[in-house]
Design a protein around this ligand. Structure first.
Ligand code: ADP
Ligand code: MG
Length: 238
C-alpha cells in the first residue's frame, strides 16, 4: 500500500490550471524530488498535500485515508517552506515546541522531543537563542526540526535551501538525506537544482505547466531525460 496517493488532482486559480489532473503513488520511506521550471505547479501540489490549498478536483490519500478536506494541523504531514517563517519574538526552543504545546503534550515530553529534534539537525545547544541570532542555514534547520518534532508520516520540503549559498546547500542536502534515511520518513522535496535531485532522490518528478512530464529514478532520468528542463542540465554537465 502506498503511503501517499494523489488521484487526479487539479488546482485552478481562475486564470488556468496550476496543477492539472496529476496522479502519483509514493511508497513508504521514499524520497521523491520535484523538479521543473518556475510556475510549473510544484509548490501548489505540495501545498495541497500539506493542506494549505484545497484541490479543485481529485483526492489525496495518506495510508488509504482521504485527507483532501482536512486542514494542515489534522494531517500527518510536516512542511518546510522556502522562507522559514519562524517566530522572531520566540527563542528556538519555543518555536519548535509550539506544535507540541498546541497538542497539549506534557512538559517533560515536550522538552525531550524538542531536544531530540534539535540534536537531529545539529543545533543541540541552540534552544535558548533567539531565531534572529541565527544564520540563514541555522534558521532552516530550526524549521526542519519544527516539522520533525511532530513526527510526521510525510515530510514536505519546498525549496528549503534556495536562498542559501551553494556550499551550505550541498552540506544541508546531505544532512537531509541522512535524517530522511535514518528516520525512513517519506519525503517530497521540491528543488530548483537538478544536481540536488539527481543526488538525493529515489524518484524524480519533472513538472511543466501543471502536469508531470516524467516520473522516473535518477539513473533513468540521467540516461533518458524526456524533458528539456533536465536534458539541458545534463548536457551542461558533460
Ligand atoms: P512552482 O512552485 O513550480 O514555481 P507554483 O505552484 O507556485 O509553481 O505556481 C503554479 C502556477 O499557479 C503559476 O502560474 C502561479 O502563478 C499560479 N499560482 C500559484 N499560486 C497562486 C495563487 N494563490 N493565486 C493565483 N495563481 C497562483
Ligand atoms: Mg514554488
Amino acid at each position: 500500500m502506498a503511503r501517499l496517493t494523489i488521484k487526479g488532482v487539479s488546482k485552478s486559480f481562475g486564470t488556468g490550471f496550476a496543477v492539472n489532473d496529476v496522479s502519483l503513488d509514493v511508497e513508504d520511506g521514499e524520497l521523491v524530488c520535484l523538479l521543473g521550471p518556475s510556475g510549473s505547479g510544484k509548490s501548489t501540489l505540495l501545498r495541497m498535500i500539506g493542506g494549505f490549498e484545497r484541490p479543485s478536483a481529485g483526492e489525496i490519500l495518506i495510508d488509504a485515508k482521504d485527507v483532501t478536506r482536512l486542514p494542515p494541523e489534522r494531517r500527518p504531514t510536516g512542511m518546510v517552506f522556502q522562507s522559514h517563517a519562524l517566530w522572531t519574538h520566540w527563542n528556538v526552543f519555543d518555536n519548535i515546541a509550539f506544535g507540541l504545546r498546541l497538542r497539549r503534550r506534557p512538559r517533560a515530553e515536550i522538552r525531550e522531543r524538542v531536544e531530540q529534534a534539535l540534536a537531529m539537525v545539529g543545533l543541540a545547544d541552540y534552544g535558548q537563542r533567539m531565531t534572529t541570532q541565527l544564520s540563514g542555514g541555522q534558521q532552516q534547520r530550526v524549521a526542519l526540526a519544527r516539522s520533525l518534532v511532530l513526527e510526521p508520516k510525510i515530510l514536505l520540503l519546498d525549496e528549503p535551501f534556495a536562498s542559501l549559498d551553494q556550499h551550505l546547500r550541498e552540506h544541508l542536502r546531505e544532512e537531509v538525506k541522512d535524517i530522511q534515511s535514518r528516520l525512513g520518513i517519506t519525503t517530497l522535496f521540491v528543488t530548483h537544482g537538478q544536481d540536488e535531485a539527481l543526488a538525493l532522490a529515489d524518484r524524480i518528478v519533472v513538472m511543466r505547466d501543471g502536469v508531470m512530464e516524467q516520473v522516473a529514478p535518477p539513473d533513468v532520468i540521467y540516461r533518458a531525460p524526456r524533458t528539456e528542463f533536465v536534458a539541458g542540465f545534463i548536457g551542461s554537465m558533460n
